[in-house]
Design a protein around this ligand. Structure first.
Ligand SMILES: NC(=O)c1ccc[n+]([C@@H]2O[C@H](COP(=O)([O-])OP(=O)(O)OC[C@H]3O[C@@H](n4cnc5c(N)ncnc54)[C@H](OP(=O)(O)O)[C@@H]3O)[C@@H](O)[C@H]2O)c1
Length: 230
């Protein structure tokens, strides 16, 4: 039977590339976005693929995640917490680091994956060992410090830490939980000068998701499958 993958933030960037690749590989794809009407590319894909279902989900809102959970027809084999936000490249003293942007980033990048996993846990395919991938960033690694983007860095360090806690909790149920650096990717967030295309990132990520075993749980990986320090 075809596997089911649920991807948050699926309407653009890395999430959209993962959606396209998963459709090509015959997954049942649950693509989640904040606004279906505005998600032109997802809507175009749904004309071509009948293995695509699009739902609205804001990862910072429990009721929005519960709504998706209640309507899912298939259990999830791979849950990808991809949705994320960067408030800018500034530093301690920059205007782009204010109370609102700090709250927004922490909500999307930390509360987001936490609530997504908490609310969709009941939909995971526990019989065949579901996999959970949190899209984090190398910028969250303690070995990669720099003055720029301190809040984004802190949010991704917290996302990696969440991955450690949740992997410990779910290990007895044979559910693998890992976090990933998707590469520096040419998306709205990564910018035009980034190293790799969304397709290259998605290809490496999906290949690694498919090979995940219990031995991998609790670890942080690059999109090419190499290990990264937390
Ligand atoms: N690009 C890079 O170089 C890079 C490097 C390291 C890590 N990452 C991580 O990779 C992931 C994807 O990044 P990207 O480059 O594809 O970014 P992107 O092009 O800016 O897309 C971000 C996606 O996240 C969604 N999103 C943001 N807040 C959300 C919320 N509260 N609820 C639901 N969806 C929300 C956006 O939806 P809307 O369209 O509605 O805003 C959009 O679909 C992020 O977690 C990012 O931190 C990216």
């Amino acid at each position: 039977m075809n596997k089911t993958i649920l991807i948050t933030g699926a309407n653009r960037g890395i999430g959209l590339a993962l959606t396209k690749l998963s459709l090509e590989q015959n997954f049942n794809v649950e693509a989640c976005c904040r606004n279906i009407e505005k998600s032109i590319e997802l809507n175009n894909l749904s004309q071509k693929y009948n293995n695509l279902n699009i739902s609205e989900m804001d990862v910072t809102k429990s009721e929005s995640i519960n709504e998706v959970s209640n309507h899912l027809k298939k259990s999830i084999d791979i849950l990808v917490c991809n949705a994320g936000l960067n408030n800018g490249k500034g530093n301690l003293f920059s205007e782009d680091h204010n109370e609102k942007t700090i709250n927004d980033v922490m909500n999307a990048n930390v509360a987001g994956p936490f609530l997504t996993i908490q609310k969709l846990y009941k939909n995971l395919n526990k019989k065949d060992g579901a996999k959970i991938a949190i899209i984090s960033s190398l910028m969250g690694s303690q070995t990669h410090s720099s003055p720029n983007a301190p809040i984004y860095r802190a949010s991704k360090a917290a996302a990696n830490n969440l991955m450690r806690s949740i992997s410990s909790q779910l290990i007895s149920e044979n559910i693998v939980v890992c976090s990933y650096h998707p590469g520096w990717v040419r998306t709205d967030m990564g910018g035009a000068n980034a190293d790799i295309s969304p397709e290259e990132s998605a290809s490496g990520l999906l290949k690694h998701f498919l090979g995940l075993k219990m031995i991998n749980t609790g670890k942080f990986y690059n999109y090419d499958g190499s290990s990264l320090p937390l």
